[in-house]
Design a protein around this ligand. Structure first.
Ligand SMILES: [Fe+2]
Length: 493
């Protein structure tokens, strides 16, 4: 069995940058190479000062295969690993730990990979099983961290401080379904708003779980066919579900292959359903065809439901038509060309309007003041996205009312690899941007891993604190911030 050191500390060697060799190419090398141990560090060198009013934990999920993959590899395949930075009274502790999914535990016993990835042909193959890696998203609900996968799957609960896997969420059994990455938490009510999708009719469901785990609503959502939504949005009274014209190629799916197809002849549809609504209460609004990965935030303005998101710009042919094939291929390979966009849905008149907010910056992986989820916000914090590779070269602050970029920071764009930043409110702050932006930053040129803390009011000023980490944090996906008051709530419950 391959040996994996668990909770090793005081080893200052950086992990090798190709632990499985080069057979899988750049997807598992350099900044993408997994780390092979779990660690806790509490005496870290800090340049600058960790703000005393920054208290809580920044969690970042991402793929980190423990064993050499069986067959072809895609970043959605690797075992989920959480990297955490816990801030308390001007001090910081770093931890990293795998999510103990069922697949992780099985492979732990076997001492090798026993599952295959999404690029493999799986249909009718009992020797090939897909891994629910819980590697895509992490959110805080009721003081517990929830890790989930990009395709709807299990919900794994984690202690947000120790990162110990606490098992699967019991309420999933109560509603009898899966759970997609990008389910949302309304921090003001403590509710978890989730969606689930699969390949048989009605193809989607939507539900609400209270902070105590009670399932308050769970209804089927009928779609015209199997779809691949990535995100949802919520407002104070509604949830917004996505039916996008990018989904599995049907012929390939019949053969068990994972191939995406973009349909420029179909509209993008957003379904607005009252938070506790029944299936028939959903209202669909049609917009220009697009794909979108990530919503910044949504809210209500009078009769309108407003959603701001990063809209993937379909690829064009030399003649200016949408190049459906190249669009689908790039999305499958996580090559993003996206722009900040706003959609408005009038619940009274049925009117649907959309507008591009900015046409200069390829931005993605948004965050905002999550206490304001579903309520109007003005500030979004996003990454500068390299259009050809999953490489985030800098951080930008946007005014999502005007589309103006009001702050930017890059620490040597070509060499620096940021993680998804998250906004962390300052204790006692009253304005929307009273707080900090927290992100990991790996410098491939100097082989230095930092945790950077920015004053959210002035991102362009650069980090107010740089924490030197003795571990590389590989390229990953989503992050979240759980404030100390929300951690305390769970621990005293
Ligand atoms: Fe995502």
């Amino acid at each position: 069995m391959a040996q994996t050191a668990l909770h090793t500390t005081n080893d200052t060697e950086f992990a090798p940058e190709a632990p499985f060799g080069d057979a899988w190419g750049p997807a598992l090398m350099g900044p993408f190479a997994p780390v092979m141990d779990e660690s806790v560090w509490d005496r870290l060198e800090v340049h600058g000062e960790i703000p005393a009013d920054l208290n809580g934990v920044y969690l970042r999920n991402g793929p980190n295969p423990r064993f050499a993959p069986q067959g072809r590899y895609h970043p959605f395949d690797g075992d989920g690993m959480i990297h955490a930075a816990q801030f308390e009274n001007g001090k910081v502790v770093y931890r990293n730990r795998w999510v103990r999914t069922d697949a992780w535990q099985e492979e732990d016993r076997a001492g090798q990979a026993t599952h295959h990835g999404i690029r493999e042909t799986l249909k009718g193959r009992t020797d090939k099983r897909l891994k629910d890696a819980a590697n895509t998203d992490v959110i805080g609900h009721g003081g517990i961290a929830l890790a989930s996968w990009y395709m709807s799957g299990e919900i794994y609960m984690l202690d947000p401080i120790t990162l110990e896997t606490l098992g699967k969420a019991p309420y999933a059994k109560r509603y009898g379904g899966g759970f997609s990455a990008h389910s949302k938490v309304d921090e003001q009510t403590g509710e978890l708003l989730f969606f689930d999708y699969w390949n048989e009719a009605p193809y989607m469901s939507y539900g609400v779980v209270a902070a105590d785990g009670t399932v308050k609503n769970h209804v089927p959502i009928e779609l015209p066919g199997p779809r691949l939504p990535h995100d949802m949005a919520v407002t104070e009274h509604y949830s917004i579900l996505h039916d996008l014209p990018l989904f599995h190629n049907e012929e390939a799916m019949a053969l068990g292959r994972h191939k995406l197809q973009f349909h420029p002849e179909m509209p993008t549809r957003f379904g607005v359903i009252p938070r506790y609504g029944a299936s028939h209460e959903i209202r669909w609004f049609e917009f220009s065809p697009c794909f979108l990965y990530h919503v910044v935030n949504a809210w209500e303005e009078g009769d309108e439901v407003v959603m701001v998101a990063c809209r993937y710009m379909p690829e064009r042919t030399a003649r200016g038509d949408i190049d459906a094939e190249r669009t689908a291929r790039n999305i499958a390979e996580l090559k993003m060309r996206s722009r900040l966009w706003r959609w408005r849905m009038n619940m009274k008149t049925g009117e649907a309007r959309e507008e591009q907010l900015d046409d200069r910056f390829n931005i993605e992986f948004p965050s905002f003041r999550a206490e304001q989820t579903g309520r109007r916000t003005r500030w979004g914090y996003l990454v500068d996205h390299d259009p050809d590779i999953l490489h985030w070269t800098g951080i930008r602050k946007f005014n999502t009312d005007t589309g103006e970029c009001v702050g930017e920071f890059s620490d040597g764009a070509a060499h620096t690899w940021y993680s998804e930043p998250w906004f962390a409110p300052a204790d006692g702050g009253t304005r929307e941007d009273d707080g900090y932006v927290v992100a990991f930053a790996w410098n491939q040129a100097t082989r230095q891993q930092q945790l950077q803390v920015f004053d959210a009011r002035d991102v362009s000023a650069g980090p107010v604190a740089r924490v030197m980490l003795p571990r590389r944090v590989p390229v990953g996906f989503h992050a979240c911030w759980i404030a100390r008051k929300n951690l305390a709530r769970a621990r005293s419950a």
